[in-house]
Design a protein around this ligand. Sequence first.
Ligand SMILES: Nc1ncnc2c1ncn2[C@@H]1O[C@H](COP(=O)(O)OP(=O)(O)OP(=O)(O)O)[C@@H](O)[C@H]1O
Ligand SMILES: [Mg+2]
Length: 510
Amino acid sequence: MPEKFGEVALKIEKVNKEFPAVKALTDVSLEVRKGEVRALVGENGAGKSTLIKIVTGAYTKDRGDLYICGKQIKRNSPLISKNMGVYAVYQAVMLAKDLTVAENFFLGAQPGKGGFINWKKMYAESEKFMKDLGLDIPVRKNLSELSVAESEMVTIAAALWHNPEVVIFDEPTAMLTKSETKILFRIIKELKEKGIAIIYISHNLEEVFQVCDTITILKDGMVVDTVPSNTLDEESLIPLMVGREISEMYSKKEFEPGKEILRVENLSGEKFTDISFSVKRKEILGFFGLVGAGRTEIARAVYGVDKIQRGTIHINGNEVKIKKPNDSLKNGLGYLPEDRKDLGLFLPQDVDFNINIINYERSINAGIINYRKTAKLADEYIEKLSIKVGGPFQKVSELSGGNQQKVIIGRWLAKNPDVLIFDEPTVGIDVGTKSEIYKLFGKILEQDKGIILISSYFPELLGMSDRVIVISNGRVAGEVERKDFSEELLLTLAMKYYSNADLKEEVLNG
Ligand SMILES: Nc1ncnc2c1ncn2[C@@H]1O[C@H](COP(=O)(O)OP(=O)(O)OP(=O)(O)O)[C@@H](O)[C@H]1O
Ligand SMILES: [Mg+2]
């Protein structure tokens, strides 16, 4: 590896890890040097998170050696790895929710004498620390009062507070806004300059090339290769990850739109006002907006999770009253939510149960569930979405993050409602599966259904939508036809109802 980096900070040698259903890691070796940003990429279930958990001591390895800054760690634990300077930022926030930001920094080591905590000092020091990082988050607030993105930024800050040697990011940007992502990338750069070794896991290859020096590709628990990131590009990286070429990522099938299937008129809720739009059969209606614009809130209201204050919803020409998800489900409306933790996954239950939970009526005959049918349905979607499982009866809690996500997608594809709202469906999903999901969109439309696609990812939104509704600060700012799609136009509309000039500048400068 290039000599521009410092000494080896993290060394993993021939690490193996086996779970009952799968060999998650086989002879994995890698070295990350001080000041190096190493990407770890691979399909859902390739073993990325497992490897990280072994480094942080959350899992024990079966075989192999682990060295941190030259010291061999014979027996690891979360505490030992932290004491050695290894900090990981997982997507699921790992902090104490009932403590303030500042308390989370000092956890177990509050300043003060004789059992008294010096609160003033604690708040002052942590406040300064946050400011220096460029983060504007009140340190006296409890974590539970912060947004998911803010708590993640606090997790990152809390890691840096301890002067780490190695910092690991496992899909850090999935829940971050554009400006928070920018702050994160700046922080990573600063860490790098300080000589800290960084591991960066992401399915967003654009980001990988933006922030990483070197890339290690994992496939089926084995290292395929480690290469400097400037020796390849997305196109040449993908086949190494998925083992095949992907000729057309966004394989959009164009149809003549059919009859109107869903119409929403003058809908108002807590975070949006006077929203009107309609979806036709055989059509994908995209929803664009800045993070926080209200797209998810609108979807939740239409699906009946959140309360509607005013407005009407028509399905197939008939007005329907939707007060709870069951009402919309009965009327042929489905919603695949964005928040993974809120996805409605039953983690301790198996994949079969989680796919069938809203589909049992398909397998009931005379009041009796035909379990052969339910198993068949589960198998069908395990295969269609290449969900990596030991079998349909494996617990969802044992699946990788992306494969858990696929279970929810499978559940809704099996339900096959007339209109399906996909909210950021491919965040955390590997490239190969992404292209399969886009193909499945075509199959859904073929069956005369309609799709609403909420996405912040331009290539996906522009690649797949027939029309895009732009939401700005809780209002409809405009509607754009496919022939007129451009990032600039969508961004301009997205800012229509914000008065903040800084925001405009920030958005336009990416
Ligand atoms: N606690 C566990 N029990 C059983 N199997 C597990 C457990 N944790 C992970 N696995 C299995 O190990 C394999 C690797 O999973 P891992 O979470 O490391 O994948 P990943 O590369 O992080 O994927 P993703 O991109 O989806 O996050 C998967 O087949 C997964 O089902
Ligand atoms: Mg993972």
